[in-house]
Write a protein that binds this ligand. Sequence first.
Ligand code: ADP
Ligand SMILES: O=C(O)[C@@H](O)C(=O)COP(=O)(O)O
Length: 423
Amino acid sequence: MLLGVIADDFTGASDIANTLAKGLPRQGGLRTVQYLGIPRAKAEPEVEAGVIALKSRSIDVASAVEQSLESLRWLLDQGCRQIVFKYCSTFDSTPAGNIGPVAEALAEALGVSGVIACPAFPGADRTVYNGHLFVKDRLLSESGLQNHPLNPMTDADIRRWLRLQSTTEVGHVEIAVVRQGSAEIGAALRENGERNRTLVIVDAITDDDLVAIGRAAAGDRLVTGGSGIAIGLAANFIEQGLAAGTSASVAGVDGPEAILAGSCSGATREQVEIHRKNHPTLAIDVGGVMAGSVTTAMLTSFLLANEGRAPLVYSSSTPDEVQAVQARFGREAVAAALDELFAKTAQELVKAGVRRLVVAGGETSGAVVSALDLGALTIGPEIDPGVPVLLSGGAKAVSLALKSGNFGAPDFFVKALERLAGR
Ligand SMILES: Nc1ncnc2c1ncn2[C@@H]1O[C@H](COP(=O)(O)OP(=O)(O)O)[C@@H](O)[C@H]1O
Ligand SMILES: O=C(O)[C@@H](O)C(=O)COP(=O)(O)O
């Protein structure tokens, strides 16, 4: 294994696994596998990039650091020369963490400073300019992410936001330096390191910027960012002759299907609205979940009864509805109850023969996939930017799409089910 990724959620893990497997056009990527949690056994020898999916974005800081360090140890044991800490392209975190504490702990363990921190993902319209994060033409804090149920992002100046979570000053490499090329980017990072800055926000607006940053990171033991930061990383290993460059060629898995949406992000809410027009859908009443009157059995029987018609169950709601329900029952209690409901539903579905599963939402995907105990996942073709087909092994293979709440075209659900079947 050449490159190891510690991803703070499951959709994020498949996002960066997709980037590494794809690599640059005409060059190919790395043979990439996504692990659901820290593997107990050694990796298969042919794996070049291993992506560990944690559910550590919204848990307490100490547990996030501990799980990340344990992941680091496993990846180093597999021979990794470079580690990427993958977080959200919308920098999902709170003033207490977990991006800063985890990144600093990894940097300390590896004995490095002046470490890249770059959430930019231009393919999904997330860019970093003058240390500020934009989603399309909006500042992060005006993009809708200020209403996120778990990590409301209320400051677009991610230097300032990261400083709240860090023990050392946060550095910055401006776009003008990035455009000078990888030698200058490398020099700027080293200078920040010499000034005792552990983490350095690096501006990036285009994929070319990210390729240049990736080149500058060729010898770095630690890189942190969104999936965009990995755009140029496979190329470093291929150009050094350490990897041959491959492209994904896995067949899909056909069979009964279900869609579960626990994301309240704008893109998912639009996808739900569109899907509702022509497919069987069931809205989850969160008050009913908290009271115990909405059950796994209800969701499962609805989904199985509508097999073949792309059935969807969703808890996706507007910011006002989310706020009201959180005020009544508590943010964490609602999230835990919904996680459990989706997880148990997925278990019942797979037990009943469902083979294609689309899940919307990072936390929701984490809950679902952890409950399924699927082992390592192979990365298939990309459905929409940042969302690949994932395939479990074994006799009863399942194909999955784990969609970040804000990713995907309006018709994502139907398209994903087709791609999962290999069509
Ligand atoms: N109707 C709702 N009211 C309150 N919280 C909700 C509702 N639906 C989902 N949630 C919670 O919101 C969070 C959404 O997070 P996630 O699944 O990561 O989606 P995204 O990818 O959009 O961030 C989860 O913790 C989920 O349990
Ligand atoms: O970087 C991204 O935007 C995604 O890979 C990601 O992490 C998504 O998280 P959720 O929006 O919570 O699914």
